[in-house]
Design a protein around this ligand. Structure first.
Ligand code: AGP
Length: 613
């Protein structure tokens, strides 16, 4: 989704804006622009395409000035072109606005403003904002901030805004409702940004704005108010991530770096949740054993990869506790009529903590009196702040658009939570819990082993990447793994891929199988009753000449009789095999994407943080 960076202080603004926007590239975008205050006018420069085009333009014709706002646009209303790119202005170019979000009632506001004589140039929803502010000033708003507040009281939808006024030198305005926005605090300077990584190399202190807040920033002051004008005290917090965390560290892409970070992250999570007083420790969880003892039901809501993690969470929680657990897509959950009561715990899973549908689901759950536990990777994010309890996955900033390390960290979170809840309810004995923990501790090494086999996985990707489609099959704990493997493949290699529960193959997808279709079969749950079923499904694929790529456990002597294309996985407990298997599928997708020549970290059309519905 769109990215925002703004600067006010003593340094030249545009290099800082470009530097920050580059660090937001992972959010996805199709055009970019800046507005910089100059004595004679607000100077605006916009370009379609990559940020480097805008950067080159600014290098060729620099814009001086120490106050500016910048934007990367991910088109929602109006095609990606220069006119629709942000910043947008009022009729006279005296107010410039950058926006992330959607103004849902823009059509009626636009019609009303047009009737008053305002001229619109773009097809965007955003353009109503500078015109509304202009109208409020004309109608007598006593200050720019009051004009902003009055304008925003009329806007419905989601927004994070950066605003400049030509008659307000040295002052940047910003506001937030539903879309993320932070203020960066430095000596004699302030930033605004959509996310901490944008400015992590510039400041070490930030303010997380809340919904319905408007902020006025000068080089040496910050003033926050609510939409009704009530002043709000600024809560300055330290930045917890290191600047190096958003560098590639020698890897060719962020995604590859993040795939390789997984063993370290999982080891860290295991260390944070060590064995203590007869269970795994939950040092920061605001819900304790007594709450889980009384719990009736769990409802997991999430989107995309986080939803797949939630599917795994359901299987594991059901396996280790007597709780009834359901998982739903947040975008569906929010529009159905679930029979949820305060005895249900809603678990929201979100890497970014800003996903619009997940947030909406949390808010609905709270109106029903449910507690919300989120599994989240970004401290200070809206999901984290609005939840009653948070399990932080502590995977560090994930820049590659395709979720990798955040996903395995979510699986680990579910594993640890399931053991903890099972212990709290006395449904998992102490010895069993210890055994589970011992098995979990083997996972980081098993992932290392997979990473060491990257060259073999690459060979398979090179062999099979060229077809139009592929099928991923798994059962039980590895059904979500199949879905996640297919999602990774389509996201970054643009090859159509379908994940299926292997038992469903006969109910439709078997019609696709021929000698051209790669079928990735996850067959590593050797102790599970589904192993034999999975082997039968593979035989059915073989009988129809499908190109089987098997994930099999080291020492599985039967597997080479089914296929020569095998990714060998070290043995481990069936319940935790998805944490290792998915790494093999991440690598398979990665090398397929490389062979197909796609932009792996910034796949087309995708946004890292989906802050609109
Ligand atoms: C995964 O690779 C995705 N890019 C996407 O499906 C993502 O998992 C989804 O948008 C949810 O994001 P969140 O975890 O930040 O809520």
């Amino acid at each position: 989704m769109c990215g925002i960076v703004g600067y006010v202080g003593g340094r030249v603004a545009t290099p800082l804006l470009i530097n920050g926007l580059k660090r937001l590239e992972y959010r996805g975008y199709d055009s970019a622009g800046v507005a910089v205050w100059q004595p004679e006018a607000l100077v605006i420069r916009k370009c379609v395409g990559r940020l480097s085009v805008l950067e080159q333009s600014l290098l060729a014709q620099p814009i001086a000035g120490t106050l500016g706002i910048g934007h990367t646009r991910w088109a929602t209303h109006g095609e990606p072109n220069e006119v629709n790119s942000h910043p947008h202005t009022d009729c006279h170019g005296r107010i410039a606005v950058v926006h992330n979000g959607i103004i849902e009632n823009y059509q009626e506001l636009r019609a009303e403003l047009q009737q008053q004589g305002h001229t619109f140039r773009s097809q965007t929803d955003t353009e109503v904002i500078p015109h509304l502010i202009e109208a409020e000033l004309a109608a007598g708003a006593p200050s720019p901030e009051e004009a902003i507040r009055r304008a925003l009281r009329r806007a419905k939808g989601a927004y994070a805004l950066g605003i400049l006024f030509h008659d307000q030198p040295g002052t940047m305005y910003a506001a937030r409702c539903g879309s993320p926005l932070i203020v960066g605090v430095g000596p004699g300077e302030h930033f605004i940004a959509s996310d901490v990584p944008a400015i992590v190399d510039q400041v070490r202190r930030v303010i997380y704005l809340n919904d319905g807040e408007v902020v006025v920033l000068r080089a040496d002051s910050v003033a926050i108010s609510r939409l009704d004008g009530t002043p709000v005290e600024a809560m300055i917090q330290a930045v917890t991530i290191a600047a190096e965390a958003v560098e590639r560290a020698g890897f060719e892409t962020f995604m590859l770096k993040e795939i390789h970070e997984q063993p370290r992250i999982l080891r860290h999570l295991l260390a944070r949740h060590e064995w203590q007083n007869g269970t795994v420790a939950m040092p920061d969880l605001a819900l304790g054993a007594p709450y889980f003892r009384k719990l009736n039901r769990v409802m997991v809501v999430a989107c995309g990869s986080a939803y797949h993690a939630g599917m795994y969470g359901k299987l594991l929680m059901e396996h280790l506790t007597s709780l009834a657990v359901e998982t739903d897509l947040a975008s569906e959950f929010r529009y159905r009529d679930p029979k949820i009561d305060p005895g249900t715990l809603v678990v929201a899973v979100s890497q970014s903590g800003e996903t619009a549908d997940t947030l909406a689901s949390i808010r609905m759950a709270k109106t029903w009196g449910c507690k919300v536990l989120s599994i989240c990777n970004v401290p200070g994010s809206t999901v984290a702040r609005e939840s009653d309890a948070v399990f932080f996955t502590e995977a560090g900033p994930e820049i590659g658009v395709a979720a990798t390390k955040s996903f395995t960290a979510q699986l680990m979170a579910f594993a640890l939570l399931s053991v903890f809840i099972g212990r709290a309810r006395n449904e998992v004995g102490e010895a069993q819990a210890q055994e589970l923990l011992v098995a979990l501790r083997t996972v980081p090494d098993a992932i290392h082993y997979m990473l060491d086999r990257s060259a073999d996985i690459r060979k398979l990707a090179d062999k099979h990447h060229d077809g139009p489609s592929s099928l991923y099959l798994g059962r039980r704990f590895n059904y979500p793994t199949a879905l996640e493997g297919a999602l990774k493949n389509k996201e970054i290699s643009y090859q159509h891929a379908e994940g299926y529960a292997a038992g469903e193959m006969k109910h439709g997808p078997i019609a696709l199988i021929n000698e051209y279709l790669p079928v990735i079969c996850i067959c590593t749950q050797t102790r599970d009753e589904v192993y034999a079923k999975m082997v039968s499904n593979m035989k059915e694929v073989e009988a129809r000449h499908g190109r089987i790529i098997a994930l099999a456990t080291d020492g599985d002597v039967g597997m080479p009789q089914l296929t020569e294309d095998i990714i060998w996985v070290p043995p481990g407990r069936d319940e935790f095999s998805p944490l290792v298997n998915v790494v093999a599928l991440q690598l398979l997708a990665y090398y397929a994407a490389q062979a197909r020549g796609t932009d792996i970290d910034k796949p087309r059309n995708l946004a890292k943080s989906v802050t609109v519905e």
